[in-house]
Design a binder for this molecule. Structure first.
Ligand SMILES: Cc1cc2nc3c(=O)[nH]c(=O)nc-3n(C[C@H](O)[C@H](O)[C@H](O)COP(=O)(O)OP(=O)(O)OC[C@H]3O[C@@H](n4cnc5c(N)ncnc54)[C@H](O)[C@@H]3O)c2cc1C
Length: 455
């Protein structure tokens, strides 16, 4: 009670002195060099990456995860929560010896990506022979990385450990105080907030956070294809209410992410599974009425591109038909944008969704988080190697600058795509169709786009 009223009065230094400093730093095992709050895909990978960094081997790391450790049944049904991870993310998982566990379990490789517009004939394809991305279940990533965390002697993991309060360093002290909702407390030199979109670390930092809702829900489900096929293409179709995407899992299964309005999502989830599949096949295949002007303009551009010898030889393909869904595999999630103006503060850094949240239309959310992990690991290793402290603000600044440079560009591109495709206004449909058609014809531009999305 006393602590709460002191927190409310804003006297954090006083609380720190009477509560954390006096009571805790003397208790063996209660002080860590680094505490990571949040053991999702990003937090667990960060714990493992730091644990395997030879420059940081003397540093004690504690990972706190609010939920229980999740079992993963390799032979069981596919989870409806999967992510498309790019080559850089796969490389990170390889570096921390976790990819081999995924390889031994299950994942799918995307060799081609086809994006199309339901309101015109415009489409774009990426990829030929090279791998574009890998589809892995979220829980499998956490499981694979956790196997390797167990081997890191300097990393402790606590499940069912929900943090209820942080006391961050101020101008006088450098130690972070952390209180769990079971009453346990810890201190550390550096707190890393990997606690997702509603990050309490970010709130404690009082960072400016720009955010908005897309007024869309992302429906997920595991889909059964009507026939066995070499399923290595990821499909995305922009519909007037939002994009529908299918990611390969096996030759007979794909994973769905269908973004639509909250009212439509509610209706789709209330349908029987058979009715849902019918509506999904319509969404994936049916031609929407498009304007004559748009058709004529795209035909004209196609002719011009052919004359210039830069028309693409690739033909638009149709996604496979869906026969059914895995029973009870439908679920939906609210979609929104968020970006923290600050990723760091004295003794603290934000990583992953705690720092940035994007629309899943480009499948890049966790990839940005894995990029943060790689960068922060390098920066902290450099700090210690140079004889500095883990919470040296100059090194943390390097992390913030480096990641914001990358993340803001990517997030702006995703936001731009969302805005251009979230309308059925004739002139916008015309412009985006011409843009898509031109990009499809320009291989160097496509390669540039892919290279940014893979880094
Ligand atoms: C429908 C959908 C599809 C997506 N598809 C893709 C895709 O294809 N590719 C891609 O790159 N991204 C995708 N994303 C985004 C991706 O899922 C997120 O970027 C990713 O899950 C973020 O991981 P994270 O570890 O940062 O956060 P989270 O997954 O939110 O993990 C945060 C963790 O912190 C824990 N936690 C929270 N508060 C506390 C606390 N107080 N104390 C202790 N622990 C706490 C939580 O229990 C949780 O385990 C998709 C998102 C959605 C919604």
């Amino acid at each position: 009670m006393l602590i709460k009223s002191l927190v409310n009065s804003g006297n954090s230094r006083y609380i720190f002195n009477i509560y954390f400093k006096r009571n805790l730093t003397n208790q063996v095992g209660r002080h860590y060099d680094i505490v990571i709050a949040g053991g999702g895909m990003v937090g667990t990978s960060l714990a493992c990456t730091l644990g395997k960094n030879a420059k940081l081997k003397e540093k004690k790391v504690l990972l706190l995860e609010a939920s229980a450790s999740k079992p993963f049944n390799i032979g069981g049904k596919y989870s409806n929560r999967v992510v498309s991870i790019n080559k850089s993310s796969k490389e990170l998982l390889e570096r921390i010896d976790s990819w081999k566990h995924i390889e031994q379990s299950r994942f799918a490789t995307v060799k081609q990506l086809q994006v199309s517009d339901a309101l015109s004939d415009a489409f774009i394809t990426f990829g030929e022979n090279d791998d574009i991305s890998y589809i892995v279940e979220n829980d499998l990533i956490v499981k694979a990385v956790s196997e390797e965390v167990k081997k890191c002697e300097n990393v402790n993991v606590l499940y069912n450990a929900k943090v209820s309060e942080y006391i961050l360093p101020d101008y006088e002290n450098n130690i972070v105080g952390i209180k769990l909702d079971n009453g346990d407390s810890y201190t550390c030199d550096l707190l890393l907030g990997c606690d997702g979109v509603n990050s309490t670390v970010r709130k404690a930092m009082q960072s400016d956070y720009i955010s908005w809702s897309y007024h869309q829900m992302g429906i997920v489900s595991t889909l059964k294809l009507s026939e066995k096929t070499t399923n290595n293409i990821a499909w995305q179709r922009f519909l007037p209410n939002g994009p529908v995407a299918m990611l390969p899992l096996t030759d007979e299964l794909s994973s769905l992410i269908w973004s639509t309005t909250p009212a439509e999502a509610k209706r789709l989830l209330s349908l029987s599974e058979e009715e849902f599949v019918n509506e999904l096949n319509i969404a994936l295949h049916c031609k929407h009425p498009s304007s004559i002007i748009i058709q004529q303009a795209t035909n004209l551009l196609d002719t011009a591109l052919r004359m210039l010898n830069c028309s693409s030889v690739e033909q638009k393909q149709s996604p496979p038909k869906i026969e059914g869904i895995e029973p009870n595999s439908r679920a939906c999630f609210p979609l929104g944008f968020g970006h923290s103006s600050q990723y760091i503060r004295k003794g603290v850094a934000l990583v992953g969704d705690a720092a940035h949240r994007v629309h899943p239309l480009a499948g890049l959310g966790v990839n940005l988080g894995f990029g943060d992990v790689t960068c922060l690991n390098e920066v902290l290793g450099d700090a210690v190697y140079a004889g500095s402290t883990l919470n040296d603000i100059n090194y943390l600044k390097n992390y913030e600058t480096n990641r914001q440079r990358h993340n803001i560009v990517t997030m702006s591109a995703i936001e731009g795509l969302h805005r251009i495709y979230n309308t059925d206004l004739g002139p916008v449909v015309l412009l985006r169709s011409l843009g898509l058609q031109t990009t499809q014809a320009l291989e160097p531009l496509k390669r540039m786009m892919m290279s940014h999305a893979s880094s």
